[in-house]
Design a protein around this ligand. Structure first.
Ligand code: SAH
Length: 250
């Protein structure tokens, strides 16, 4: 109980700021504030969920998820499921966003790469926790819309690129952490190469609709990996589709 109240104090911002970037969301009445707080309590802190990172909980309680979903679905923005965002793609369930973010152990000084920008929501969550987010989206229209939304909402530490994330972002590498939100059949080798030593990758891996969320850590040039959760993500399209890669670190 004591732990729970401490955590709640954390995400309500009562224990200090705790985020790397200033909260970019404009002040003023937010009709979704109560729904968002309820989401944090029931879907993230609740039974069987157990997100414990206070900084992650704080950011999940701040980022306006309703701004990243189609207008007609706004009333469902804080519900416990993914939502369509157009072009056959989805914004992940809030719990999955929080879980993957927590697994990355984000630090205020980190530079993070995300593959699969989609709506831009996950990038916004990361932006509140780390120094800089680089995010790549293969559907050009989605990349353009996410970039515009992130700019409109004041997220200045996110850079969006339209392209195939399989190849990573070599010019900005190496990264402290990499998050992949679409599922390749194997871990793309370029991403492993663009990860700093000591860095983490969280990635869904496997065939269509039957994937494991895998956490990889690079330590002393070696890659440690373990499966953390069975998941269902949209497939990684582009070069990574159906193309097995050797999982080794050079
Ligand atoms: N993180 C997103 C949800 C991602 S859905 C959010 O917060 O809304 C997965 C996204 O990955 C889709 O938008 C899809 O177009 C994109 N994607 C699929 N293959 C990709 C690839 N090779 N490179 C970059 N993006 C890819």
């Amino acid at each position: 109980m004591r732990k729970l109240s401490l955590l709640m104090a954390g995400w309500l911002g009562l224990t200090g700021r705790g985020t790397a970037a200033p909260s970019p969301v404009a002040a003023g009445a937010d009709p979704f504030a109560a729904a968002r707080q309820h989401m944090v309590i029931s879907q993230l802190l609740g039974a069987g969920r157990g997100i414990t990172n206070a900084r992650v909980l704080a950011v999940m309680g701040q980022v306006p998820r309703h701004e990243f979903v189609p207008e007609r679905l706004r009333a469902q923005a804080y519900d416990d499921h993914p939502l369509p965002i157009g072009y056959g793609q989805t914004i992940s369930q809030p719990f999955i966003v929080a879980f993957m973010t927590e697994q990355l152990e984000p630090k205020p000084t980190d530079r993070v790469l995300e593959i699969g920008t989609g709506s831009g929501y996950q990038a916004a969550v990361l932006a509140g926790l780390v120094a800089k987010v680089y995010t790549i989206e293969i559907v050009e229209e989605l990349a353009a819309r996410a970039a515009a939304d992130l700019k409109r909402l004041g997220y200045t530490n996110v850079q969006v690129r339209a392209g195939d994330g399989y190849k990573g972002w070599p010019e900005a590498a190496p990264f402290d952490a990499i998050m992949v939100t679409c599922a390749p059949e194997r871990v793309p080798q370029p991403l492993v190469e663009q990860l700093k030593d000591g860095g983490r990758i969280i990635i869904p891996v496997g065939p269509l609709w039957n994937q494991e969320l895998v956490l990889l850590r690079k330590r002393g040039g070696k890659l440690e990996q373990h499966a953390v959760l069975p998941v269902r993500f949209v497939p990684m399209t582009g070069k990574g589709q159906g193309k097995p890669e050797v999982r080794s670190v050079k």
